[in-house]
Structures are given as C-alpha cells and as structure tokens.
Write a protein that binds this ligand. Structure first.
Ligand code: IVH
Length: 698
C-alpha cells in the first residue's frame, strides 16, 4: 500500500525518507521482475511498465545520488535485455579523423593549422602523438562524478545507450576519483579487446561450433553490443580514454594535462602517448610505435596526432566530421599471397556488376581475409586476374582487401582469361557498359531481385530508416513470398499479416515475440528526418552528407519534390539553385533530378510520404544569430585569419560568399576594406566592424 502512494508522488516532491524507502522497494521489485523474466520466463508486467520502474529508479538516483543503494538495479550486471538499444544523442558530436599516409601529410596538417590560426613559422606548434587503437569509440557521461550514460558512437550524433554494458568494463570508473571533476563531462575513448583475450574467445567459439570473429574490433563491438550485459562482462573488454565531448568546466589549457586529469580520475590512458615539438619528432614517434606494434597485446592501426593546445583545438574546430586539430597517420597496408578460388559477380542496388575474388583464407594484419574487391571489368583485364591464380593481396585498415598483382610464375598452363559476363547473373537481363563509365550495369531495375533487395537493404540500414529485425535473410524471404517489392510495402506488412492465412509468427524462423517486435520497430521508424529519408532512397551519388545539404536547403519533402521536378530541364532558376549548393556539383544534381523524374520513383516517394511522418529539418544551431544568414568578409581581420572566420561562420550555420548581392545579410570589414563597403551601403546591407563581428560569434 505504502509503495503505491509513494509512486504517485513526482520524484522532485519526495523527501529523503520517502526517496530512501522507494529506492529499496524499487530494487526489490525490479529484482523480482528480473527473476520472473529471466529465470522463470514468465513476466507478470509489460515491458513498458518494467521500463517505467527502471526510469523512476534512475531519476531517483539522479536526484538523491547519496542514497543510491549498493545493490542498486542500475549498477547490477544482468539488467534487462532491451529490444535493441535505446538511441541516445551525444551532447557534442563524436568526430572521426582525417587520414595521413606519409610524413608529408603530417607536415601539411601542421602547415594548415598555422595558416588557419595565423601562426608564424618561428612559433612552435606542439603536438601529442599516440597510438590509434583499433576498437570502437565510446562516450561516457559523468554527472557529479557518477557514470550516468555510456554510448556507442553511432552516426556521430546519435549512438546506442549501452550503459549497462559499459559498466562491466573494469578500466572505466563508475565514479570519478580525484579533483577538478566537472559537474558534467563526456569522456571519449576506445573500447577494445586484447589480442590474448580475442584468441581465447575464438578458441571457445570454435569448440562450441560458433562463428569465430575475424578481428579484435569486431569481437569488441559484438561484446559491447550484447543485449545481456552479463554476456559483455564475460568477454573481457578494455578501455583507453583519449578525449572529451561536452563539459561544464573548461578543460586544462593543454591536452597532456587533460590526459593527466583522466589518469587522476581513474582512467587508463595510453602509455605510448608522447609530446612532439616538431615534425621530426612526429616521425620518430611513428617509427617507435611501428616497432613496438608487434609487442602490444592490442591492435593499433596508426598514430593519432593532436594539437596540444586545447584553446587552439577549440578555435580550429572541425571541417565536416573531421577535427582540424587532429589527424591519423595510418600504418601502411599489409600484404600476403593467396589463391583466387573463384571470381563471383555481385549486383548492387544501382545495378552495378562488381566482381569479387573468393580467396583461399589467409591471415593478414590480424584478420582472416576470404575475399577481395576486383572493382570492375577493366581492372581484371589490366591485371589479368584469373581463377586459380596466385595473387598478392593487401589490406589497409578498414578497406576491403585489394589484389595488388598476380604472381605469374605460379600460373597454371591451362588457365583461361577471365571473361566478364554480359548478362546480369541475378535476373538474366543485359548488363551494359557505357563508354563513360567503368562499371557494367544491369538494365533490369525493378525486376532485378538484386537491385530491389539491395535497395530494400539500404532503405532499412542504419544510416537510413534503421529498421532492426529486417535483415538480409528476412528481406529476401519477404521478397520471395511477394510481400515486399518496394520500400513502402514494409509499412503494409502488418496489415497484410492480419489477413494472412499463415501469419508471420507461425512461419519458419519467426515467433510471436519476434514478429510483434518487427512490427513495432517498423512503426517506430515511421518518424524520420528529411535528411535520413533522402539518404534512404538510395539515389546514386547521394550519401549522408549530400542528403544533409539537400535537407538544409529545401527543409520539407514537398519543397524538395517541387524543386526537383522544376529542375528537370537542367537549367533555369531551380536548377541553378540546386547546382549552386555548396558541395553539390552537376553530376550529383543530375542524379537526384533524374531520380525524381522517373515515374516509378516519384510514385514510390508519394507512397512513402503517406506512410511516414517526415520531420522537416531541425536546425541545430537555431540559437545562433547567424543561422541561415549570408556573410561577406572584406579586408584583413586582426583576431583571426580569413579561413578561421569563414569556418566559424559556417559552424554557426551561416553561408559565406565572396561577393555582395541583394542576398547578403552582413558585410564584415577588417583593415583596408575595399570597394565592397560602397556596394553594401548602396544595397542597404548591415556593415559590421571586427569588434561587432567578434561580439556576434562569441
Ligand atoms: S581522437 C575528435 N584518439 O579513430 C577526435 N581517436 O578514425 C576523434 N581512435 O572515431 C578521436 N584511437 O574511434 C582519437 N588515440 C585516439 C584514437 C582514436 C582510436 C578512433 C576513434 C575515432 C577513429 C577515427
């Protein structure tokens, strides 16, 4: 009785005694439901009600952190499996890194920094170099020193909430130690599996007949993304901390001091990290880490260089997804020889025929390689690759292995030149090759199963609609039984199933729970941003970045559709507007216009629009006074270089133009400003001096 009354009181209105009482009750209740769910397999409350108990428990623990119980359900391994993971938004995006492949690239990186910040050659730019750990990045949020959220990188903005699993990693403190702890901080680092642990795990998997992992990164990713945290705990994972996201207190002035903070707080940082005073030092460190590589019990795939001055890091910011203040010098590709058992042809969603070599498995750079990308017909001809050939292959980082050359001395006398098919292996239609293109393409479009299936696979993939539960196998099965021919059919599956003779849950591979989970995920995916929607359409040349540009420009599906239809003659106002979007060239513009011009595509977009709730663009920097404004700079600024000013404006969602027009909102004037001032005056454009500009951006 008592607990029911307490439960009705909002957390903020509870006093300490009540909170204490309720935390004890919640712990007991959650434990009981866990037992019923896991051990007895007979839960007595719905998942939603169960989640409510956990949410209330977390809220109470957040408000009354000193009352958190030792046996708190939130810190116990064996938390409930979630259906997939909750998605969680990073307070600051998780960036990736630009790659360098030579000392010259690192040198250029430092020169770019100098130019950007306006630093003369005689002022040193100290850099910290450290190994690039081959694992998966994670972001861990601490509030008042307590670990509250652990998330995967996801798409950089939104990751998966894997808090319970993160809690099982002993290198990650549940509570920060030491001093200078910000009220809130996101700590970034790499979750990885030691090589020794990886071999142990694979040996066990081999014994019990499970598929072995090809590398430590996949093994770590599999372990971290286990639905049951107890499974994560069983697979030993480790963590090196190396970065920060959002923080409520300013970071130390230098990155090496931040690394010291991390150590004080209880993290492991990489012992090979070292300060480099100049370019020669960066090379010395690279060589040293290369030499040490084979002696380490964890995989690394390069050296990361970071500007040591954190204030400079802040000013340098990022270009797209890559910070200007860091770069990864990747280790060179590792080579090996093996045999081409067979050449197979894969058909992609745009109908491209891609040849793939099936190889005799070979171990290269910590991974077992079984196939190599042969790119296209010309490449096979050029290298004269044949079935049965002994070949030299190379693997560099994440890239799919490539065939470098054929070891001709080992070729058998009876081998034949490879002849590339001129019909599609999937649908039998002609596969044609345009003079202007390297690839041969199947003309089957919507009747070619490979194209349709690949299209559907892309539509439900992570960066797109992200429908978990519709994997390759399920899509193929739905396609074969005629229920799925185009993306919009996905949203009709549930209704169709209600009238079906044999409903999904009675079909092979499905059960009551998995079928209802699938329909639930499909329904959840109906809310989608315009950006994801555009990307999900799988238009040639339209990746995530271009989809974002288009959604920023057109903001709603209706405006986008109208503009694409009106751009059809490839000229005129609408076409010019499209082609003038920064980052979109004529090929990309043509590709999207052609896509909308094709009536099947157009109709499918309309069908999808009826099924989905396509959210118009959310402007991230909506508080920025520069959002959507067009800015022109003139003259020399004293406090930042022109590149920095431009980057700053763009990061605040403004557009920087080189010349004044009616569309200009602000002209920013530095020293020796020229004729632009007169032009701006005549058009009535707001003119700001450097101080006014600085006030606007700070
Ligand atoms: S810094 C904004 N430092 O490499 C800086 N990343 O290719 C971004 N990585 O997503 C990260 N070791 O997962 C940094 N010492 C290190 C790293 C490291 C591995 C990973 C990280 C990142 C990826 C980019």
């Amino acid at each position: 009785m008592i607990e029911k009354n307490i439960r009705k009181i909002p957390v903020n209105f509870l006093d300490t005694t009540q909170a204490e009482q309720e935390l004890t009750l919640l712990a007991k209740e959650i434990e009981l439901h866990d037992k019923l769910y896991y051990n007895e397999n007979s839960p007595i409350i719905s998942d939603a009600d169960y989640d409510m108990l956990r949410i209330r428990n977390s809220k109470l623990e957040e408000k009354f952190s000193n009352l958190k119980l030792d046996n708190s359900p939130s810190s116990k391994i064996g938390a409930p499996p979630s259906k997939g993971f909750e998605r969680i938004s990073h307070a600051q995006p998780m960036l990736s890194l630009a790659n360098a492949f030579s000392l010259q690239d690192v040198n250029n990186f430092i020169s770019r920094i100098r130019r950007f910040l306006g630093i003369y050659e005689d002022i040193p730019v100290p850099i910290i170099g450290e190994p690039k750990i081959d694992g998966l990045s994670a972001s861990i949020t601490y509030k008042n020193g307590d670990l509250v959220v652990g998330a995967t990188r996801g798409d950089g903005n939104i990751g998966e909430n894997v808090t319970q699993n993160i809690m099982t990693i002993s290198d990650i403190p549940k509570r920060l130690l030491g001093s200078n702890i910000p009220q809130m901080v996101e700590i970034r680092g790499e979750v990885f599996m030691k090589i020794s642990e990886f071999h142990k795990l694979n040996q066990n998997r081999e014994t019990d007949g499970s598929k072995v992992f090809v590398n430590t990164r996949n093994a770590a990713s599999g372990a971290l993304r286990q639905i049951d945290p107890e499974m994560t705990a069983k697979r030993q994972l480790n963590f090196f901390a190396y970065g920060y996201g959002k923080t409520t207190s300013p970071l130390p002035t230098y990155y090496n001091e931040f690394l010291d903070n991390l150590k004080d707080w209880g993290f492991q940082t990489n012992p090979l990290s070292k300060r480099c005073e100049n370019i020669q030092d960066t090379k010395k460190l690279y060589d040293k880490i290369c030499e040490t590589r084979n002696t380490l019990d964890y995989d690394i795939d390069g050296v990361v260089y970071k500007v040591n001055n954190v204030r400079w890091q802040e000013r340098l910011g990022a270009a797209g997804r890559e910070p200007r203040w860091a770069i990864a010098w990747k280790f060179p590709a590792i080579q090996a020889t093996t045999i081409v058992k067979k050449i197979i042809i894969q058909v992609g969603r745009t109908g491209t025929l891609t040849p793939v070599a099936i190889l005799k498995p070979v171990h290269v750079g910590g991974a077992t390689v079984t196939r190599a990308n042969l790119h296209n017909e010309d490449e096979i001809l050029r290298k004269d690759i044949r079935e049965g050939d002994t070949v030299l292959i190379q693997r560099a980082g994440d890239v799919i292995p490539q065939i470098v050359s054929v070891v001709k001395e080992h070729r058998s006398n009876t081998s034949n030149k490879y002849s590339f098919p001129t019909t599609c292996p999937e649908c039998g239609n002609a596969a044609i090759k345009l003079e202007t293109e390297a690839a041969r393409r199947c003309i089957g479009d919507l009747v070619c199963p490979a194209q349709v299936i690949e299209h559907l696979k892309h539509f439900v993939s992570r960066g797109a609609l992200d429908i978990d539960g519709l994997g390759d196998k399920q899509i193929r099965a739905f396609w074969e039984n005629g229920r799925l021919k185009k993306p919009s059919d996905i949203f009709k599956l549930e209704k169709l199933d209600k009238d079906a003779k044999i409903p999904l849950f009675q079909q092979n591979g499905w059960g009551q729970k998995s079928a209802s989970n699938l329909f639930e995920t499909i329904n959840q995916s109906r809310n989608v941003t315009l950006e994801k929607f555009i990307f999900s359409l799988g238009i040639r040349h339209i990746g995530q970045a271009t989809a974002r540009l288009l959604s920023r420009k057109y903001q709603t599906l209706q405006t986008l559709t109208q503009a694409m239809v009106l751009s059809r003659p490839y000229k005129g106002e609408y076409w010019d507007e499209l082609e003038n979007i920064d980052g979109i060239g004529p090929i990309v513009a043509r590709s999207i216009v052609d896509f909308f011009a094709q009536s099947d595509n157009y109709n499918e977009i309309q069908s999808l629009a009826l099924e989905l709730n396509i959210e118009p663009l959310v402007v991230i920097n909506n508080e920025s006074p520069l959002s959507g404004k067009t800015i022109v700079f003139t003259g020399v600024l004293k406090q930042m270089t022109r590149v920095e000013a431009k980057a700053r404006a763009e990061s605040l969602d403004a557009r920087v133009s080189g010349s004044i027009s009616k569309k200009t909102d602000y002209l920013i004037t530095g020293n020796n400003a020229g004729s632009k001032i007169q032009k701006a005056r005549s058009l009535g454009i707001t003119i700001l001096d450097e101080n006014e500009w600085m006030n606007l951006i700070l």
